[in-house]
Design a protein around this ligand. Structure first.
Ligand code: DAH
Length: 340
């Protein structure tokens, strides 16, 4: 038996493997289910008991010997196959296409940076809001039309009726409830309204809310902050004008126009020949809102403002169809690749 094992080891060593066919022949002959090694193990039972242990050991070595040769030739053949002689190392590689940032995120970042430079922090709140944060704390009377089903998406959440927030003003309530003045914060985020989708309206869009609360904050501070913002965003020549308006959460309230950057206020179809473009709503935070959020309205005052990111992006990049922002057409998106 021992002599046979030695002979098989020599056979293994002398077996020439030169391709996958001879590798497979080797496997069948030595390691297959009817191969030599298996047969030899079968013969172990005819070995006298006292030699079984030693012969068993030799058979294990034999099997290992065959397996090692098989594995190393297999690897050699595979490596040879992958290092194909036709490989051309001088061939230029395929470059990955570089993506671009979405125009809305570009503009959102720019707005955030402008306010961060004058000490504003960024805060965020949930998109699914309760009535208190979206409406009641913001001084919306119960019968206010903005609570109407037509504008707001209401959803059931457990026992509660919740709303998809209709504006980021809800975040100012959360910030005031959770921190003490002085407060200087901007809150970018997505908002939802039950509107038919068209070039000029969408059921979701993005806003940035601003809030400044401290002692002795005045309307002049608000105007100066917004003028600074307009000049940083649209250039040194930009001017603003404020028109009286109404929001439940601010008193007095105003709508802000910026001088038309497209025609330099000469009059064009974007500004409808008025020379001005509306960009945001603002006002002094209503004392009712301060009190609802736990801030003493006799000690503190403040201003708030809110703007649509799509609107600002439309003015900066002259994109006049809101649907383009959410269709993810690469022909649109790749125009915003840096350097193009
Ligand atoms: N929340 C308003 C809207 O969605 C925008 C707004 C107006 C926000 C005046 C304010 C503000 O903070 O003071 O139309």
């Amino acid at each position: 038996m021992k002599a046979t094992i030695d002979k098989i080891i020599t056979d293994i060593d002398q077996f020439v493997i030169k391709d996958t066919k001879s590798l497979e022949d080797f496997r069948i002959q030595f390691l297959g289910s009817k191969g030599i090694v298996k047969n030899m193990f079968g013969e172990l039972k005819s070995v006298p008991n006292e030699e079984k242990r030693e012969v068993g050991q030799l058979l294990n070595n034999l099997r290992l010997h065959a397996e090692t040769k098989f594995a190393s030739f297999k690897e050699q053949l595979e490596t040879a196959a992958s290092s194909d002689a036709s490989l051309d190392l001088s061939r230029p590689g395929d470059s990955d296409e570089i993506g671009s940032r979405h125009p809305l995120s570009l503009v959102r970042s720019e707005i955030i940076e402008i306010f961060e430079r004058i000490g504003y922090a960024v805060s965020e709140g949930p998109e699914i809001e309760d009535d208190w944060h979206n409406f009641s704390a913001l001084n919306f009377p119960p019968e206010h039309p903005a609570r109407d089903m037509q504008d707001t998406f209401f959803i059931e959440k457990g026992e509660n009726e919740m709303a998809l927030r209709t504006h980021t003003s809800s975040v100012q309530v959360r910030v005031m409830e959770n921190s003490k003045p002085p407060i200087r914060t901007i809150s970018p985020g997505r908002v939802f309204r039950n509107e038919a989708i068209s070039a000029r309206a969408h059921c979701f869009f993005h806003q940035v809310e601003g809030l400044y609360i401290d002692k002795n904050v005045s309307f002049a501070d608000l105007k100066q902050t917004l003028l600074y913002f307009a000049k940083e965003l649209f250039g040194e020549k930009a001017q603003i004008r404020l028109r009286p308006s109404y929001f439940p959460f601010t008193e007095p309230s105003a709508e802000v126009d910026v001088s038309c950057t497209i025609c330099n206020s000469k009059g064009c179809n974007v500004c409808k020949y008025s020379g001005w473009l509306e960009i945001l709503g603002c006002g002094m935070v209503d004392p009712n809102v301060l009190e609802a959020c736990g801030i003493d309205s006799k000690e503190y005052s403040g201003f708030a403002f809110g703007m649509g990111i799509e609107r600002i992006t439309q003015l900066k990049y002259k994109v006049n169809d809101l649907r383009l922002y959410s269709e993810n057409d690469v022909r649109f998106l790749k125009q915003f690749t840096p350097g193009m």
